[in-house]
Design a protein around this ligand. Structure first.
Ligand SMILES: NC(=O)C1=CN([C@@H]2O[C@H](COP(=O)(O)OP(=O)(O)OC[C@H]3O[C@@H](n4cnc5c(N)ncnc54)[C@H](O)[C@@H]3O)[C@@H](O)[C@H]2O)C=CC1
Ligand SMILES: N[C@@H](CC=O)C(=O)O
Length: 811
């Protein structure tokens, strides 16, 4: 025998009732079935409204009651139910009308009337469904739950188990294939109608399953089981295939609304499996709640949350080491019927904080101030404080117990996403890690934890991109190409949330701009505004957010502090920040560290070459970089190679510009500033405290060529100075040398400048736009460590930036 409970949505109308019949039919020849039904969806709330209207002497209750009656009669007609049932329903409605008339006249409501009116919803639905099943040819009977289920004191939650189970023996022996019981209603100790409380129909089902020693209980609802998190908050939430009774209890206590906790007590005691199924998708697996869930599952089973919680704190030096404070505190809260949902006290005993429901704040303050009046007056204890707009998040899983690292993972992913924990608690069984966060952060908190623990779930990475030129547009093209691969192989879902260039910016409503960013920006973009960009990013408060700087703009580099303070990581190929004043460089790094986010700039030097990561790795493992020799300008190397091949200097520069190797302003390359910035960054990453002024610097071209405003001015000046450059060509030939613009660091001194290299020099042959970085270290002493390869160009730079983004999230 098994129990099937159908919730309000499953029996809301005739169409749904036909689905219910199909489910019952499937089991019909297999086992006897006990069917428990809730009131038709929304009916109990409507009955409650009728009571309230009547008590306020508002005649509208009559209209509301009539419309409820009409709804039931319509269902009776649609399902072709017998006249007898119809008469019974009409009669019961007139009884309710009489009760409400009494309330209307007396303006008084007794618990008895409330129970009688509210409990009618289940009486109607169960009578109708039973009749419907009988008319459909099933061997069905109707049982009034009041004749079998007895509560101890009429409050509903305390079952008179012995009496109930004894009465049910008769049912067990009866001849039926299907027995229908109304949920929610029972008899009190004096035989009066009592209600089983919130979620009472689940409780009815559970009592019947235990009392009738059923093999299984099924709860049929409108979702396909209990989910790993509320799907309204976590779009990637999925049904939990199996969970233990304890896990179900913990999750349902913390807001997972599929099942109501006390309902599980009888089935837990009798170890009866509970299956949660979807009436509207009966073939979905649903959730099995069982004593021995499948072992092959995630350590964290599910997440839940409750909003509208206040953090109520009693603190003061006078509490330390004095026994009895906690007892008085909790007793006075309990005496004022304040439900405490979370408790925390640090071992310093200086304060006790509890989570309470929002509406209880005033009473709690008053009660505690009265209780501790003397201590507050003597300044031994402070007046209680309340922090509002908080929520509780619970991470639940039986296997979390005695598994190290779970809370570490939870708190570190929250930290990385800027979610501050206000208070926390974990029970001794370690299966529920509970903490309080600001309500604005709940969604983010649930999502990042969900991504961290459920492997089949992809991690959303939210990108905010500044700079959509040569490199920026290439990066977006690369991300488009790799989108499916990253989703499938790395579980990373890259979402472009906003884009900006120097003219326009566009913020997505909720969509991914990756595939149509250009069209959206051009058609609907607003005027670019960096401060506004950061503000909107901060307000969006999305998890795993990265600001990608693909500009060469100082203004953009100046917003890094606010970006990091918004708990957003930065990936930059813009070199301005990392080569700005040393103090600023350190400040950016320390803000990133404090905010638990990343500041990545691998593409600052050598584009996509792994040079900064190599230096970091050497330094972290105890090596010391003592010397650097490098050609780190792709454009200058390219220009010199083209010049060597016979191009005029100005034409070589034009080619480098056309191919996108130079900076947006090519004077930055030709002045040597780009190389200076790169050397400074390498030295700083190697652990040396250097400023731009400390680098001995000689521009590659005559100063006179660097005064023009535009790139065209520069080209014009280079043309004018053609003879100067042709002089180089002559010298190179005569001396059998080449010119390379070299960055060096030796004996603590940094310098950059044009140098002659002979054919036996390692920098003599460096092709195209290649870079070479040669590091002399404590361990690479005789032979330097050399990194070599293309050091400029949109593709390699975009790949360096892309690599940084992926590295943040693949750890
Ligand atoms: N081209 C290359 O080979 C390499 C370039 N880089 C770096 O990449 C960055 C971009 O270079 P390219 O794409 O070649 O330049 P680009 O001139 O093609 O693009 C620059 C983009 O930045 C935008 N921008 C400028 N100021 C802005 C502001 N205040 N707010 C928002 N957007 C702004 C521009 O509108 C444009 O979309 C530079 O920092 C450069 O040093 C790094 C390594 C190699
Ligand atoms: N303009 C730079 C490219 C990026 O850093 C160069 O020429 O190397």
């Amino acid at each position: 025998m098994k129990v099937l409970k159908f919730g309000g949505s499953s029996v809301a109308n005739a169409v749904n009732c036909i689905k219910v019949r199909e489910i019952i039919e499937k089991n019909y020849s297999i086992c006897r079935q006990i069917i428990v039904v809730s009131a038709l969806g929304g009916v109990t709330d409507e009955l409650e409204r009728c009571i309230n209207l009547a008590s306020e002497r508002n005649e509208e209750y009559k209209i509301a009651l009539q419309s409820l009656q009409n709804r039931h009669i319509q269902m009776i007609l649609d399902l072709n139910v017998s006249k007898e049932t119809e008469h019974w329903v009409v009669k019961r409605f007139s009884e309710i009308a009489e009760l409400l008339q009494g309330v209307f006249l007396l303006k008084e409501i007794s618990q008895k009337v409330i129970n009688a009116v509210l409990g009618s919803g289940e009486m109607f639905s169960s009578r109708i469904i039973e009749d419907f099943l009988r008319q459909s040819g099933m061997n069905s009977v109707y049982y009034d739950s009041r004749d079998y289920i007895t509560t101890q004191n009429g409050t509903g939650v305390y079952l008179n188990r012995d009496q109930t189970y004894k009465k049910l023996v008769k049912v067990k022996k009866a001849n039926f294939d299907v027995a229908v019981f109304p949920g929610f209603i029972a008899s009190g100790s004096k035989g009066e109608l009592s209600l089983l409380g919130r979620g009472g129909s689940d409780f009815t089902a559970s009592i019947l399953a235990a009392g009738l020693q059923c093999s299984e209980m099924e709860i049929w609802t409108d979702v396909s089981g209990m989910f790993t998190a509320d799907p309204g908050l976590v779009s990637q939430a999925m049904p939990i295939a199996q969970m233990s009774f304890q896990e179900a209890l913990e999750l349902s206590h913390f807001g997972a609304k599929v099942i109501y906790p006390p309902t599980l007590i009888p089935v837990v005691q009798h170890q009866i499996n509970v299956q949660i199924k979807n009436t509207f998708a009966p073939n979905d697996a649903g959730t099995l709640i069982t004593n021995k869930p499948d072992e092959n599952r995630s350590v964290v089973r599910g997440l839940s949350s409750i909003n509208d919680i206040d953090l109520f704190t009693l603190s003061g030096g006078g509490m330390v080491g004095i026994s009895g404070f906690a007892s008085r505190f909790f007793t006075c809260l309990a005496q004022n019927k304040i439900n405490v949902v979370l408790i925390t006290q640090a071992s310093s005993e200086h304060s006790i904080s509890v989570g309470i429901h929002k509406g209880d704040k005033e009473i709690a303050i008053e009660a505690v101030q009265i209780e501790f009046e003397k201590e507050i007056r003597l300044n031994l204890v402070n007046k209680p404080s309340v922090e509002e707009n908080l929520s509780i998040v619970a991470v639940v899983g039986e296997d979390m117990g005695f598994t190290p690292g779970i809370s570490g993972k939870v708190f570190s992913v929250l930290g990385r996403n800027g979610v501050n924990i206000r208070a926390m608690a974990q029970g001794g069984n370690e299966m529920n890690l509970t903490f309080m966060v600001c309500t604005l952060d709940v969604k983010k908190a649930l999502n990042v934890i969900h991504e961290e623990f459920f492997l089949s779930v992809s991690k959303k990475v939210n990108l905010y991109i500044a700079g959509l030129g040569n490199v920026g547009s290439k990066l977006l093209e690369f991300i488009q190409n790799q989108y499916d691969y990253l989703l499938e192989e790395k579980g990373l879902k890259l979402i472009v949330r906003a884009v900006t260039n120097s003219r326009k910016m566009y913020f997505a409503k909720d969509e991914n701009l990756l595939f149509d960013w250009e069209q959206k920006l051009n058609k609907h973009g607003a005027k670019a505004d960096l401060q506004g960009f950061v503000k909107s990013m901060d307000k969006a408060n999305l998890r795993n957010s990265v600001f990608v700087d693909i500009t060469a703009s100082e203004d953009v580099s100046e917003i890094y502090q606010s970006v990091l303070n918004a708990s957003v990581s930065i990936v930059a190929c813009n070199k301005i920040a990392a080569s700005s004043e040393y103090e600023n460089y350190l400040k950016i790094k320390s803000t990133a560290k404090r905010q638990n986010v990343e500041f990545m700039f691998e593409s600052n030097v050598g584009a996509g070459l792994p040079i900064i990561s190599t230096i970091n790795s050497l330094v972290h493992t105890g090596d010391k970089i003592v010397g650097i020799d490098a050609v780190v300008s792709g454009s200058l190397n390219f220009i010199m190679n083209e010049f060597n091949e016979g191009a005029s200097f100005v034409n070589a520069v034009r080619m480098a510009m056309d191919q996108g190797f130079t900076e947006p302003d090519p004077k930055i390359d030709l002045s040597g500033m780009d190389v200076l910035r790169k050397l400074l960054i390498l030295c700083r990453e190697a652990g040396y405290e250097l400023e731009q002024e400390d680098v001995y610097h000689h521009p590659m071209i005559p100063e006179s060529c660097l005064h023009g405003q535009t790139s065209e001015d520069l080209l014009e000046d280079l043309k004018t100075n053609n003879e100067y450059f042709e002089g180089w060509r002559k010298l190179m030939k005569e001396k059998n040398i080449r010119y390379r613009y070299i960055a060096s660091f030796k004996n603590g001194k940094a310098s950059i400048g044009l140098k002659e290299v002979s054919p036996d020099h390692p920098f003599y042959n460096i092709h195209g736009k290649d870079n070479v970085i040669s590091l002399n270290t404590k361990w690479y002493y005789d032979q330097p460590l050399i990194v070599k390869g293309a050091g400029a160009g949109a593709e390699v730079t975009a790949s360096g930036i892309f690599g940084d983004i992926i590295r943040i999230y693949s750890n």
